[in-house]
Ligand binder design. Sequence first.
Ligand SMILES: [Zn+2]
Length: 418
Amino acid sequence: MRRRLALPAFILLFAAMTGCTPTDSPDADVDSTEADLTIDPALLERAQDLTQRFILVDGHIDVPYRMTEYEEDITQATEGGDFDYPRAKAGGLNAPFMSIFIPADRQEIEGSAKILADSLIDMVEGFVERAPEKYAIATSVDDVRRQKEEGLISLPMGMENGAPIETLDDLRHFYDRGIRYITLTHGRDNRICDSSYDDTRTWKGLSPFGEQVVDEMNRLGIIVDISHLSDSTIFQVLRRSKAPVFASHSSARHFTPGWERNMSDELIKAMAERDGVIMINFGSSFLGGEYQQEGRALSQRIDQYQTEHNLDPRSAEGALYRERQRKLNPVGTFRDVADHIDHVVALVGVDHVGLGSDYDGVTALPAGLEDVSTYPNLVAELLKRGYSDEDIGKILGGNALRVWSGVERVAQELQQGM
Ligand SMILES: [Zn+2]
């Protein structure tokens, strides 16, 4: 089913605030079909209360990557991007995993991926140094719980792409620097395993070195993140890992048939049997096959406009143009994310689903989930669909923290030779 949105009231308001009307923009995607985005105010109020009360973990936010494009001070309200402190507070966010993202081209030059990873970790430490009254690094489940009580937003770190891991000693180095999950690869096969985006299938799953990496991650207490991996890699990881794993930012393939980047029902079941969690990606292209073309078209229109108007995407002007276009052109709605959650719950129960928005990492986002202030909209929808407060606590963060605790426990046992 194809659902196109007319511009809802909040976007017209946004346009008025930014001094730009949708008709100013040749690219605004106006359609006559009105999507109903109304939320019952009483449910929204309850949802806001729940997001503030429960620990909210987001498996994947690309703030460091965004800062390499165009820097803003995320300890204050920012004009661009999906994440900043005031919006995170408003949305009830407690523990956004900061993505230490290593593009695949860094794999080619020895040492280069590691240098980039260290510099991105420095950057996250810099956020905390700039505002220690707002942010703190979290390297354990206890840190996340304690820092919530202290009113701090925890910044745990996950490395997206294991390319910096050239030897097992590198795992120790990054553990010591605070990395608590590693997405084994990204857009291409690397020395650890095969990627869902790469047809080469270099290893037919995990490489022999990759098997050692999984073992050592278990021993140290680093979560194995199965997002971005090929299906055979995921099955091999599930067989190999002694600790539970999660998918930090993947959605259900049921809605995007044939797209390996999302998880099949079979994989979701196999992962749940090992006590894992799939953390649903909010990016429109993850939510429905029909949205992928729309999301791509939006990116192309933005690129084309920037080229034609000599707008450097890395300049403030270029970045803000992109932000405006994204917000004028939502693809899908927050209800689509609720559909993914429903699907996983129907398959394997409410203990195996969480949130991994991919904020600051995707171009097209659904209406009602524009940035980190908007989680309550999704929670209101879940309440409407009959989820209990307890279920919502699990989805918001309880499930993700259970996996992390499981990984900590297994590490302790392995280190004690149990
Ligand atoms: Zn990703």
